[in-house]
Design a protein around this ligand. Structure first.
Ligand code: GAP
Length: 511
């Protein structure tokens, strides 16, 4: 097991032990790729939602919210293309009996070559020091050039296969590249088959009168079918956006990376409706805005990168991902798609209702174009959890596990700890708890030695601990101990609220 896999295992068991995430229906041995958010997890998740919602809806006069239903008229999914085209190309390895997405196998192959290129660059950087010119090196080094050529050829071959819907050539590409199953190590592959990812169920009381419907595989369609209702009732002028947070369901076949790929998950999506012809400009703008949103969290700028799609979805004229450096490597965290007028035009055709906007500036009606930003809430949760997880060796030779979660996202902002369980300290501490609980989420803990209580709070990411001791009773001062630095300061009880607020107020991040 490599260090990253080892670290990932630790994060998963930490998430369970400290009440962030549990396997769904665990007492029945669990349901694969479905998870429950526990007492601390739900707080962190809600705080991530708040950050996204505030940055979209509160901070933008031209974006409004929506909460549409999970169940929609089945024609929605015919119109959107999901019934016919929401497929994964799957391939099985006959030895390991494991199933893979063919495009992911090829992308992993490309990632390996990319990492070879990066190693060459790092080696050369060390050798040449300040004189090193990375661009020049990439243009001239024969090994880098050869590897880059391999990548370019593979991408172009893969794209050709997808453009032509040619699964036989896609299988041949996997064979020709010599791709082996990471588990069995063999090239004993089956043919590739398409598999639809939507979950279906039925609506209606009797088997004769019931009809098949789907659990939505994305929240976006709820926005599209409501486009005109929202536009008319909000009187928004184009360009404007509709934002929504909600559950989505996909019958994922390859679901092996904890909450990264789930069968039931949450999306935070925003569809931005623009005038046809201006979509490229808005696409670039939203790429920039979304990257800034991520980087404002200070989880490490080097952990993000853009990845342009090699294979465009059926609805897009441009698309990229914001990838995050998860413990298992760079993977998609958010998608930004220029969806053209595909969805609205399709819903017009299938419903027979006009979904047009009358633009008073040009005195014309048109079907707007759409730029979409779509982020997986659970993936965002994993990004925050994984990058916050630290095992630290302390000066006194002890160690601690600490979640350095950005303050405003932490499940609890403050832990209130009476030094001992007697001498009136718990009563004083509980009074502070009662006075402050209206302002932020606080936890109270009086069990065990205070050092152990600090460790427990570190492990769930509480940014500040407040200790009430014997002096507090006389001077109305308490000790504040900060999670990341472990620094302690003495402050008057009356100043505690401002002290905490200055560190965890969401406006610090939004601005
Ligand atoms: N409306 C566009 C759309 O759904 P997508 O790239 O399929 O696009 C958007 O999904 C985001 O949803 C992804 O970037 C990812 O963060 C999240 N996502 C997709 N499938 C997921 C899954 N099975 N489990 C968790 N998150 C998922």
């Amino acid at each position: 097991m490599n260090a990253n896999q080892d670290n990932f295992k630790k994060i998963i068991s930490h998430a369970k032990e400290y009440g962030f995430i549990f396997q769904s229906s665990e007492i029945y041995d669990g349901l694969s790729a479905v998870y429950d958010y526990a007492q601390n997890g739900v707080e962190l998740k809600n705080n991530i939602k708040k950050y996204w919602w505030a940055s979209m809806v509160q901070m933008n006069d031209n974006i409004v919210g929506l909460d549409s239903s999970i169940l929609m008229h089945p024609t929605t999914w015919k119109a959107s293309g999901h019934v016919d085209a929401f497929n994964d190309p799957l391939i099985d390895n006959k030895d390991s009996k494991l199933r893979y997405r063919a495009d992911v196998l090829i992308e992993d192959y490309i990632a390996k070559i990319e990492s070879k290129i990066n190693k060459e660059i790092q080696k050369a950087k060390k050798r040449f020091g300040d004189k090193f010119d990375e661009n020049q090196f990439k243009k001239t080094n024969p090994r880098v050039l050869e590897n880059q050529k391999k990548i370019d050829n593979t991408i172009s071959e893969m794209k050709k296969c997808f453009d032509n819907d040619d699964l036989v050539s896609l299988k041949k590409l996997i064979d020709d590249l010599g791709i082996v199953d990471p588990v069995s190590g063999t090239k004993n592959w089956t043919d590739i088959k398409q598999f639809n990812l939507m979950f279906s169920t039925s609506i209606g009381a009797s088997s004769e009168s019931s009809s098949e419907i789907f659990l939505r595989p994305e929240t976006a369609q709820g926005i599209f079918v409501n486009f005109l209702n929202v536009q008319k009732s909000s009187r928004k002028k184009i360009p404007f956006g509709i934002a929504q947070i909600g559950k989505a369901f996909r019958n994922e076949i390859i679901a092996r990376q904890f909450i990264f790929r789930m069968r039931e998950f949450e999306q935070m999506e925003m569809q931005f409706f623009v005038k046809p012809g201006t979509q490229s400009e808005w696409y670039e703008k939203w790429k920039e805005i979304r990257m800034k949103w991520h980087k404002a969290l200070a989880l490490g700028d080097e952990n993000y990168r853009f990845h342009d799609h090699d294979k465009l979805a059926h609805y897009a004229d441009a698309a990229c991902d914001i990838e995050f450096n998860f413990p298992f490597g760079f993977k998609e965290l958010e998608g930004i798609h220029s969806r053209t007028d595909f969805d609205l035009a399709q819903h017009e055709e299938y419903s027979g209702k006009k979904l047009r906007y009358f633009d008073p500036e040009i005195n014309e009606s048109y079907v707007p174009y759409v730029v979409e930003t779509s982020i997986g809430l659970d993936r965002m949760f994993l990004a925050v959890l994984a990058s916050s997880f630290n095992e630290e060796q302390l000066k006194d030779n002890s160690s601690r596990v600490v979640l350095k979660i950005p303050g405003f996202l932490a499940p609890y902002k403050l832990a209130i700890l009476p030094l001992v369980k007697k001498d009136g300290l718990p009563a004083y501490a509980k009074k502070i708890y009662d006075d402050l609980k209206i302002h932020f989420n606080i936890t109270y803990d009086e069990k065990d030695a205070v050092g152990r209580r600090y460790r427990r709070q570190d492990a769930i990411g509480t940014p500040v601990c407040l200790t009430v001791d014997h002096d507090t009773i006389n001077d109305d001062s308490v000790t504040l101990r900060f999670r990341d630095s472990m620094e302690q300061i003495r402050v008057k009880v009356i100043d505690v609220k401002n002290e905490i607020d200055s560190r965890i107020n969401i406006s610090n991040w939004l601005s």
